[in-house]
Design a protein around this ligand. Sequence first.
Ligand SMILES: Cc1cc2nc3c(=O)[nH]c(=O)nc-3n(C[C@H](O)[C@H](O)[C@H](O)COP(=O)(O)OP(=O)(O)OC[C@H]3O[C@@H](n4cnc5c(N)ncnc54)[C@H](O)[C@@H]3O)c2cc1C
Length: 411
Amino acid sequence: MAAELGRKYVIIGNGIAGTTCADQLRKADPACEIWMITNEPYPLYNRVSLPRYLQGALPEQKVMMRDFAWHEQMRITLLTETLATRVDTDGRVVYLDHGGPLPYDALLVCTGGWANKLQAPGAAGVANIYNFVTLDDTRELIARALESKEAVTIGGSFIAYELTEGFNVRGVHVTWLQRGPYWLRATLDEEGGMLVDEIARAHGVDVVHGEEISEVVAANGVPRHVVGSSGKTYPADVIGVGLGLTLNHGFLAETSIERRTGIVTNEYLETNVPGVYAAGDVAEFHDVMVGGHHTMGTWDNALAHGKVAAVNMAGGHQEYRDVPTYTSPLFNTNIAVMGIAETNNPTLTSISRTMPGDKGKDYRKFFFQENRLVGAVFIGSPKGRKKVVELIRTGQEFATPTDRAGLFDVR
Ligand SMILES: Cc1cc2nc3c(=O)[nH]c(=O)nc-3n(C[C@H](O)[C@H](O)[C@H](O)COP(=O)(O)OP(=O)(O)OC[C@H]3O[C@@H](n4cnc5c(N)ncnc54)[C@H](O)[C@@H]3O)c2cc1C
């Protein structure tokens, strides 16, 4: 890193993006001042491990990644249970809900997103309705799962699936409601989505599509059942909500920092306001791999962003260029998402196939921008994943249908 030393850095958000950035800044500049702010009460923990903690497959101490002593040793001042409420980019100051304002030379915003709440009639003020984003959510979910018999989960993406599996593993019967015709619509197609339904049903989950919660019926402040948009009722003494995130950048409303779905950055993760950077889930970054902007809600992406942001905040000039990957268990099988796998992206085309696999069926889908391979999804065997990531990374072209079909054989 080439920069004057002894600068003052403020990082809002202590997830993997923020904590990685703080770590790299300290290593690069022993004289700098680093302030990191989080509204949560904990140092960095691993959100990716929360599903296994929910299932009882991992103890809580294995979820924690840093402790307060590490921050002291690294001379990173961590302000917990503190909310950044406003930023003055002319004066280069961050305002907090308590405590003095923090001046900065360079600011990183890596605030992730708040989970969207269930808005259905009857839900307000009722207990035992949970999102699943934080360690505190997970503690409450575990306590409730131990007491429950019937769960309803709602949502068509990863978090709803993780809630469904968590309850299922804890022996709670689950009805999984999804508004859309199949799971993970933004990435899969009907064929892939149906395979996931098959797997969930084989584990005893009732999967219902085209259904939303139109009412929560409660007694004594806790759910009894929910009424679906079809008029059917489903028993529920606990409700798990996976209805997406709203990215956290409302506190920048008084600034001229460009915000769309996320905070818009260039390929160096710098916003349109000098000295202000964004990273991780909240960044709508310019991705040189596809020549456009998008957000990416994955651990590896947030970690890699944290590293690149640190270089550039300290005066370097490193562009972000990576193939993010997301892998997750899916009941007794796996799902891996690599690169840009976006069904609704009009600049991409795709091919997919379901084949017999070692453990049931293997589904594979590949995404192309013009002829270049830019993304892929595997359900089932992960064999060949590293080779495919390399093909994406090196921008390999697949011009003919035969070339493209050959990708199904990569192992
Ligand atoms: C249950 C679950 C399972 C997941 N599984 C996977 C997986 O298998 N693979 C994968 O790749 N990804 C997974 N993810 C996604 C992954 O965890 C995220 O992409 C990653 O943690 C994002 O990191 P981040 O640093 O950008 O933000 P976050 O980890 O969201 O951290 C942001 C922090 O900033 C705080 N904050 C927000 N606003 C303010 C404010 N104004 N002031 C102070 N603090 C603020 C937030 O409370 C939070 O603590 C999972 C996520 C969840 C919730």
